[in-house]
Write a protein that binds this ligand. Structure first.
Ligand code: 3PY
Length: 250
């Protein structure tokens, strides 16, 4: 049995006072959640604050990105070891917004996964197709290519320590959600791609669904056999919505 994992991606949102009430609200509901991993990923600068608030609780903290480099002349970058140092346990990598807006290629994402693993972080590796790609029947080819880069750069064994998030780009920030069947099909395909390399890893890897998951649609998505949790955008900015999704996953 795979342990469900629900992670909030706050994106470019947050402020010290707001973060505190949001995290305290989440922590209020956490004791009722059993058998599930829960984390939130604020912007870099708020990782230490959230790590402090969540200290000694079951709420994990992650970053939304990290550099593929360890240190040096890379102005504006943040190394994986630095986010680990200030209390992060997870890092979201290859989110479609970073692939589309910041030029992150499959190879860069793979190098970031390597850096994150070396720093002891759990990468949350995002994969998924755009609307044009889906309409051109290229969903499987895109997801296969995105996974292959990380497998070739890090080896299949690395997936022992990676969480995958399937995020159809057309369902991110659009209010559109993949149907449970559409999501399940791609989750099963992802597991099948890993099974071509290692059946045990394919069975144990956790695959989250991301893309407008809300309390109202979470239960149906999470009931699918290959959906092991959620990577939550907007609904992670309200404690009650986020906890509602966590309860559906637990
Ligand atoms: C969304 O649901 O909007 C996301 O991008 C989650 O990462």
């Amino acid at each position: 049995m795979r342990k469900p994992i629900v992670v909030g991606n706050w994106k470019l949102n947050g402020a010290l006072a707001d973060n505190e009430s949001l995290v305290l609200g989440m922590l209020d509901g956490m004791p009722q959640l059993e058998g599930i991993d829960v984390a939130v990923c604020p912007p870099f600068v708020f990782v230490p604050q959230v790590a402090r608030l969540a200290d000694s609780t079951a709420l994990g903290v992650g970053a939304q990105n990290c550099s593929e480099h360890d240190n040096g002349a890379f102005t504006g970058e943040v190394a994986a070891s630095m986010v680990a140092d200030v209390g992060a346990r997870y890092v979201i990598l290859g989110h479609s917004e970073r692939r589309a807006m910041y030029g992150e290629t499959d190879e860069i994402v793979s190098a970031k996964v390597k850096a994150a693993l070396a720093a002891g972080l759990t990468p949350i590796l995002c994969v998924g197709e755009t609307l044009e790609e889906r309409e051109a029947d290229e969903t499987e080819a895109v997801v296969r290519r995105q996974l292959a880069a990380v497998i070739s750069g890090n080896g299949i064994q690395a997936f022992d320590r990676i969480v995958i998030a399937y995020e159809p780009v057309w369902a991110i920030g659009t209010g559109r959600t993949a149907s449970p069947e559409q999501a399940q099909d791609v989750h099963a395909f992802i597991r099948g791609q890993l099974a071509d390399h290692d059946a045990g890893i394919a069975q144990s890897v956790r695959i989250q669904y991301g893309g407008s998951m809300k309390p109202g649609n979470a239960a149906d998505l999470l009931a699918q056999p290959d959906i092991d949790g959620g990577l939550i955008g907007g609904a992670s900015l309200k404690a009650e919505d986020f906890l509602g999704i966590c309860r559906a996953a637990a």
